[in-house]
Design a protein around this ligand. Structure first.
Ligand code: SAM
Length: 185
């Protein structure tokens, strides 16, 4: 098995956690029993399903309703359920912010290592901007391998403020265009 196969297998393990988590929640809440008890011809709304369950959360009908709408209409399910973008939510919860940014950094490190081994498109570049570059690992890896490139990492203010200082030709800008931290020359 090559390293690429190992990577694909690892990503399958990570993402495969979503389905069992959803299934476990559905089983614990007895959603399937509620639908079955209504009979095969019943077409329950989200509110009717939730009213048959013993869920104390008064927001549950709306949450289920919004999740079902997200599935039917498309769009960002997280925003429809919570009324706020996942990136904005991170500003309200420091633990979540740190976990999310580190998860991105570790995932991207694995992917970028593979890309930089086989991609030649950076060879003749003088500068680059990574929009939504998180903690800056992608820019750092590119400018480390190609020191001729001036790299700019661009992200939301609460992300760029937490970004580490990397040696090399690299700067951070936030989404207001403010230079946060730089040794770019
Ligand atoms: C999926 S993460 C990817 C992070 C990074 N590219 C990496 O691979 O580690 C998406 C990034 O986009 C950033 N982002 C979302 N909305 C943004 C905006 N309006 N302006 C700048 N960055 C934004 C988020 O803060 C987050 O760091």
């Amino acid at each position: 098995m090559g390293s690429n196969d190992h990577y694909v297998y690892a990503m399958q393990l990570v993402t495969s956690a979503s389905f069992p988590m959803v299934l476990e929640t559905v089983i614990k809440l007895k959603v399937l029993e509620a639908i079955a008890e209504a009979g095969s011809d019943a077409q329950l709304t989200a509110h009717e399903i939730v009213s048959r369950l013993l869920i104390p959360n008064k927001d549950a009908p709306d949450m289920v309703d919004r999740m079902l709408h997200a599935i039917v209409e498309g769009g960002v399910a997280y925003e429809k359920v919570h009324g706020i973008l996942t990136f904005e939510y991170s500003t309200l919860d420091a633990t979540r912010k740190e976990a999310f940014n580190n998860a991105m950094l570790n995932h991207t490190t694995i992917v970028m290592k593979e890309i930089l081994e086989c991609y030649n498109g950076f060879n003749n570049l003088e500068s680059m901007v990574d929009v939504g570059g998180g903690l800056g690992i992608t820019t750092n890896m590119i400018v480390t391998k190609h020191p001729n490139i001036k790299g700019i990492n661009f992200d939301l203010p609460h992300v760029t403020r937490s970004a580490p200082f990397y040696p090399g030709y690299m700067a951070y800008f936030d989404s207001f265009g403010i230079k946060v931290n730089t040794i770019l020359e």
